[in-house]
Design a protein around this ligand. Structure first.
Ligand SMILES: NC(=O)c1ccc[n+]([C@@H]2O[C@H](COP(=O)([O-])OP(=O)(O)OC[C@H]3O[C@@H](n4cnc5c(N)ncnc54)[C@H](O)[C@@H]3O)[C@@H](O)[C@H]2O)c1
Length: 315
C-alpha cells in the first residue's frame, strides 16, 4: 500500500467460512497505519453514509460478496442480500458521493454456457448457470444504469478462478490440499474433465491496482480506445477480464499439487455438479491494452507458494 493512499476497509466477516482466517488476514492489513477498518454489511446504508461522510473516498473498490457457485444452489437468499442489495447500496453511496472511479468485482461465471473460447468482454454473457452468476451479471447491469444516469466512471472486473496464499477454504486448491495431507479422497467433478483459467492472486492484485487509474470516459467524447474495448456507448462504463488466459485441466492442476505436497491423492471421480461450467478461458487483451500487463504466473509457481503458505499457517 503506497504511503499516499489512505484505505478504508469494510467487511462483515460473514461466517460463510472460517472467520479466524479472515481475522488473520485483517490483522496484517491493520499493521499499516494508512489502513482503517469497519466491520459491517454493505447493505447497511446508514453505516455506508457515515463512512463516506467522514472519509470521502475518491475510489470505491467493491469486492464484498457472497461468493461460491455451489453454495448458491441451496442458499440463494444470501446472494440476494449481499450481492443484489449490498451492491445496490454501494451504487447509491456512489451516486451521493460521486467518486472518481467505482470498481466492482464480477466473475467469469457470467459467461455461463457461452461456448466461444477464449471469452472476451464483448461476447454474450446472459446465460448464467448458477444463481451466483445471475447475481453478479445483475450487478454489472445495475452498475451500468447508475453509471449512465449519474455519470459514475465504473469498471467491472470479471475474475477467473483466483488462487494463492490466504485463499478461500471452499475452493478446490484449499480442499484438495487439506484432504491430501490428511489422506482423505479428493472429489473430482465431471470425472476430472474440467478446465479452469487459474489466476494467481498477486497477478490479480496487480491488475486491479493498475486499473484503478484507468478511468472510463464517455465514449461520445473521444471514441473507444481500442478495437476490442468493452466501453459502453452510453456510460463511462467498462468490463475487463482478469485471468491467466491459459486453461489448465483439473488433473494437471492436481498433479502439480501432488508434487508440491510430495504425496499422491486418492481420487473420487464424480459427475458434473449443478451450476458448474466445464471450462473457463479468458481473453485478456483488453487488460493488456489498458495497463500493459498480462498475468503470467504459472501454476507450478502459484501452487508451490500456496503450499508454503498453507503449511506455515496450519503448522
Ligand atoms: N476467488 C475467486 O476465484 C473469484 C472469482 C470470481 C469473482 N470473485 C469475486 O471476487 C470478490 C472477492 O472474492 P473472494 O474470493 O476474495 O471471496 P471472500 O469470500 O474471501 O471475500 C468476500 C468478503 O466479503 C465479505 N462479505 C460477504 N458479504 C458481505 C456483506 N453483505 N457486507 C460486507 N461484507 C461482506 C466476506 O466476509 C468476505 O471477507 C467477490 O466479489 C467474488 O464474487 C472471486
Amino acid at each position: 500500500m503506497s504511503k499516499e493512499w489512505k484505505v478504508i476497509g469494510l467487511d462483515a466477516m460473514t461466517e460463510y467460512y472460517d472467520v479466524d482466517l479472515k481475522k488473520a488476514r485483517l490483522n496484517i492489513l491493520l499493521k499499516n497505519p494508512n489502513f482503517h477498518n469497519f466491520e459491517g454489511l454493505v447493505e447497511d446504508q446508514i453505516l455506508l453514509d457515515k463512512i463516506f461522510l467522514n472519509h470521502k473516498p475518491n475510489v470505491i473498490l467493491h469486492l464484498a460478496a457472497q461468493a461460491g457457485v455451489r453454495y448458491s444452489i441451496d442458499n440463494p437468499n444470501s446472494y440476494v442480500q449481499s450481492n443484489l442489495i449490498g451492491t445496490f447500496q454501494i451504487l447509491e453511496v456512489a451516486r451521493k458521493f460521486s467518486p472518481d472511479h467505482l470498481l466492482i468485482a464480477s466473475t467469469s461465471s457470467t459467461y455461463g454456457s457461452n461456448p466461444n473460447m477464449p471469452f472476451n468482454e464483448n461476447q454474450r454473457s446472459d446465460t448464467p448457470m448458477s444463481f451466483y452468476a445471475a447475481t453478479k451479471k445483475s450487478n454489472e447491469v445495475m452498475a451500468h444504469s447508475y453509471s449512465h444516469l449519474y455519470d459514475i466512471p465504473t469498471t467491472l472486473f470479471r475474475f477467473f478462478t483466483v488462487y494463492g496464499p490466504w485463499g478461500r477454504p471452499d475452493m478446490a486448491l484449499f480442499k484438495f490440499t487439506k484432504n491430501i495431507l490428511s489422506d482423505q479422497p479428493i472429489d473430482l467433478y465431471n470425472n476430472g474433465k474440467m478446465k479452469r483459467d487459474f489466476t494467481y492472486i498477486d497477478d490479480l492484485v496487480k491488475a486491479i491496482y493498475l486499473l484503478i487509474s484507468k478511468i472510463p470516459f464517455k465514449v461520445d467524447k473521444r471514441g473507444a480506445l481500442f478495437e476490442n474495448d468493452s466501453i459502453s456507448n452510453s456510460a463511462p462504463f467498462r468490463i475487463v477480464n482478469i485471468g491467466n488466459s491459459k486453461p489448465i485441466s483439473l488433473l494437471d492442476y492436481v498433479n502439480v499439487l501432488e508434487k508440491a505436497l510430495g504425496r499422491v491423492s486418492k481420487k473420487n471421480f464424480l459427475g458434473m455438479q449443478a451450476g458448474d461450467v466445464e471450462e473457463t478461458y479468458s481473453n485478456v487483451d483488453l487488460l493488456e491494452n489498458l495497463t500493459g500487463f498480462r498475468p503470467k504466473t504459472t501454476i507450478n509457481i502459484g501452487i508451490n507458494e500456496f503450499v508454503k503458505w498453507y503449511k506455515d499457517y496450519y503448522r
